[in-house]
Write a protein that binds this ligand. Structure first.
Ligand code: HEC
Length: 219
């Protein structure tokens, strides 16, 4: 019986040995064989290896996630460095919590034109109203599920600077999540402008007077 088993094992063992020998000759036996025939292999050429960085980032590059800034209104953000000199500096939720000057002193570069307010309204109703309510008084739909109501109109929020509201939108604060990834730089300012209108602190007629600078809406 043992003899029979031994004999029946002989052939598969032989195949396995042959395969092992071929494998040991190189990791790409087929390729190696063809390279021997034709004298060259497609494998020998410049290429990017898996996980290899194709090239270092160009000098002055700004990571896309660093701020989400298009160079100017109406331009698609391609993560470019050009034009970022006028953009607000990096800040964190801690700076917002402490009302640091790096946040509160950011100047609003977007005038509250009718176009800006229209865009702001659309975005506010999409991103902010679920919690703060369409009128900003705090009774958004989520409060029905036990989420604390938090008004963004009234004397307290009216006293905030535009930059501070921009900062809250960008990095969030306390229970409020960050909306920096949903709203681009200029869209945040459109929301700030619209919130000012909701609060009733936009000087009367300013929207009508502010001339559109012709750059269209920044997204
Ligand atoms: C998921 C619910 C939620 C959404 C959506 C949301 N917020 Fe808030 N917001 C909060 C909460 C909660 C607070 C209180 C934050 C805290 O704990 O300090 C807050 C605070 C604020 C404040 C400060 C108010 C104050 O009196 O201190 C402003 C301004 C504000 N939010 C604006 C916005 C804007 C603009 C948007 C839309 C881009 C937005 N929020 C979207 C929940 C939300």
């Amino acid at each position: 019986m043992r003899e029979v088993i031994r004999r029946s094992m002989r052939r598969p063992l032989g195949y396995a040995l042959a395969l092992l020998t071929i494998a040991a000759a190189g990791c790409h036996p087929m390729d190696d064989a063809l390279a021997t025939l034709f004298g060259r292999s497609m494998r020998d050429q410049p290429y990017v290896a898996p996980y290899e960085d194709p090239r270092p980032p160009a000098e002055g590059s700004v990571p896309f996630a660093a701020g989400n800034y298009p160079a100017q209104m109406g331009e698609v953000n391609v993560g470019q460095a050009r034009g970022t000199e006028d953009m607000p500096p990096h800040f964190t939720q801690m700076d917002v919590a402490q009302q640091a000057a790096v946040v509160t002193e950011i100047a609003n570069p977007v005038s509250p034109t009718a176009e800006s307010l229209g865009r702001g309204e659309e975005l506010f109703n999409r991103s902010c109203a679920p919690c703060h309510g369409e009128d900003g008084a705090g009774a958004g739909p989520v409060t029905g599920a036990g989420y604390p109501p938090f008004p963004v109109t009234g004397p307290r929020a009216e006293a905030f600077t535009d930059g501070f509201i921009y900062g809250i939108i960008r990095v969030g604060r306390g229970l409020m999540p960050a909306y920096g990834h949903q709203l681009t730089h200029f869209d945040r300012w459109h929301v700030v402008n619209y919130l000012r209108q909701l609060q009733g602190v936009l000087p009367e007629g300013e929207a009508a007077q502010a001339s559109d600078d012709g750059q269209g809406l920044g997204r």
